[in-house]
Design a protein around this ligand. Structure first.
Ligand SMILES: [Zn+2]
Length: 264
């Protein structure tokens, strides 16, 4: 097993390129899934002039730089988000490789991370977390015990119950008391999926870290955002997704650090 300190650069590069290619597929999923379009056909094309993008211009990140961020045919600027998501996915693959080495946990957490990247950007665009990812995700990631040494089917089940059940109760209580919806149903299903993959400890960490980051983000939007002062709906999915990935990568160290400060 390749371990943390000696991650060979050529290997990291290959894994980054592989991740970026997956990221370019995630771009398609993020763009087409909410519109209920096929994610396989047609091939990549410019949303304005409909010109298909030739395969030699489908190299992640590089082709974006090559065409200087504009469609080669109609010169419409192409969102910088495409290469950003490619780099993000490539970077995640390298971080996971660095953390886990080559093996089943790397595979499992990479697929999990990809699902979270899709959820994050669809939530940012449409303020929804698609059921078609979170619900099958609960079942798929409940296989955690087969890939991750410290997980079992039982710990996945407890994770689902914590993420789904407890939050459902909180949301219901909030609704009964305040007569308004606090956390959306999509967030609850997402937390159930995160619980399936990471267990009770992971889902509690995710809620804690996600709420902390979400509150900071919410306050920042209220102060600096375009609609400052008004109550804007902040998508919670990105914060929960980020919280879950931080747990996967550095959760145990952070929990240890947190409790060592408390017990001083
Ligand atoms: Zn075009």
């Amino acid at each position: 097993m390749i371990h943390t300190a000696q991650l060979p650069i050529p290997l990291a590069l290959v894994v980054f390129i592989f991740g970026a290619c997956v990221g370019s597929f995630l771009n398609v999923v993020i763009y087409r899934l909410p519109e209920k379009k096929s994610i396989v056909f047609p091939g990549s094309h410019c949303p304005v002039c409909n010109h298909t993008i030739p395969f030699y211009l489908n190299i992640p990140v590089l082709s974006y730089l090559l065409i200087k961020g504009r469609c080669r045919f109609c010169k419409t600027p192409i969102s910088a988000r495409y290469p950003v998501i490619e780099c993000l996915t490539g970077g995640l693959a390298v971080l996971l490789l660095h953390r886990f080495g080559i093996g089943l946990p790397l595979l499992f957490w990479f697929v999990f991370g990809c699902a979270l990247i899709v959820v994050t950007f669809i939530d940012i665009d449409h303020q929804i977390i698609p059921d078609i990812i979170s619900i099958p995700g609960i079942f798929i990631f409940a296989s955690s015990g087969f890939f991750i040494p410290e997980m079992t089917l039982a710990s996945s089940l407890y994770g689902v119950l914590t993420g789904g059940g407890v939050l459902y109760a909180v949301a219901l209580g909030y609704y009964l008391l305040r007569g308004q919806q606090g956390m959306g149903g999509g967030d609850i299903k997402l937390l159930a999926m995160i619980g399936a993959a990471t267990g009770v400890k992971g889902v509690l960490f995710t809620m804690f870290a996600g709420s902390l980051a979400g509150t900071c983000g919410g306050v920042a939007t209220m102060i600096f955002g375009k609609n400052r002062g008004t109550k804007v709906k902040i998508p919670f999915g990105p914060y929960l997704s980020a919280g879950a990935m931080v747990y996967v990568l550095w959760g145990n160290e952070l929990i240890y650090w947190y409790f060592s400060i408390l017990s001083r």
